[in-house]
Design a protein around this ligand. Structure first.
Ligand code: PGA
Length: 253
């Protein structure tokens, strides 16, 4: 399976100038990669359209990077102040959307039924959802798996057999945004569990990524496990040095 690296910039950087520098650099790096690795960048909404034009000029279509939104509305249009729909995202060339990220779940109170609706809107508009799941606290493998399984069951209630437009990211919440990644063997076992569950239940073979404190140093441990189809990277995706190093390592593995 092709590897996928998703850069989630979250609410960074603070100016368009800085965002463009980061994007241009990531684009330059992506041109050097083999066809086995795809790069997805999820910038804040306000930069998406500009980046789409950078990728699709009159003279050249860049293939190395796809765009993701960090959020999407559960509705397609109407009186929903502050919301942005999947239809609008599709219209400006967005290919993926991150749904169910723990920051949306726990800071903005998004529950599983809302997440399920958002995923449905993405499918209706031919956008691939990247569904984030993961246990909240450090716990035994079996209780973490039971938590993750329930999240998957609830978030994917609209999933039909043969729906291939879906990526899952396993992100133990306690491992996000710091220096505390989960043990790589445990992450790979959880990813294997998620894959076999999706296979049994829906007859689907889907890419499952790992996310949580991934940086250029820690990634070596995770790359050993072929079950891990790629990475969802937060903080490290804001550093030029890290971007270069991460992409080179994943590509050369
Ligand atoms: P992190 O974030 O790489 O900074 O831990 C990952 C994420 O929130 O998706």
């Amino acid at each position: 399976m092709k590897k996928l690296v998703v850069f989630n910039w979250k609410m960074n950087p603070s100016s368009f100038q800085k965002a463009k520098k980061l994007f241009d650099f990531s684009l330059k790096q992506s041109r050097k990669l083999s066809a086995h690795l795809s790069v997805v960048i999820a910038p804040p909404f306000v930069y998406l359209e500009h980046f789409f034009y950078l990728l699709n000029s009159k003279f050249k279509k860049e293939k190395g990077i796809s765009l993701a939104a960090q959020n999407v509305s559960f509705k397609n249009e109407g009186s929903f102040t502050g919301e942005i729909s999947a239809k609008m995202l599709k219209d400006i060339g967005v290919s993926y959307v991150i749904v169910g990220h723990s920051e949306r779940r726990y800071l903005f109170g998004e529950n599983d039924s809302l997440i399920a609706e958002k995923i449905k809107r993405a499918w209706e508009n031919k956008i691939t959802p990247i569904l984030c799941v993961g246990e909240k606290k450090r716990s035994s493998f079996s209780s973490a798996w039971s938590f993750v399984r329930k999240q998957i069951e609830k978030d994917l209630v609209f999933l039909k057999k043969r729906e291939k437009n879906l990526v899952i990211a396993y992100e133990p919440v306690w491992s996000i945004g710091g220096n505390k990644p989960v043990d790589s063997l445990r992450a790979s076992l959880m990813i294997e569990k998620i894959k076999s569950f999706l296979k049994e239940r829906f007859h689907l073979l889907l890419p499952v990524l790992y996310g949580g404190s991934v940086d250029c140093q820690k990634i070596d441990d995770f790359l050993k496990y072929s079950q891990i189809d790629g990475f969802l990277v937060g903080s490290a995706s804001l550093s030029l040095r890290e971007i270069k190093c991460l992409l080179t390592k994943v590509d050369n593995f």
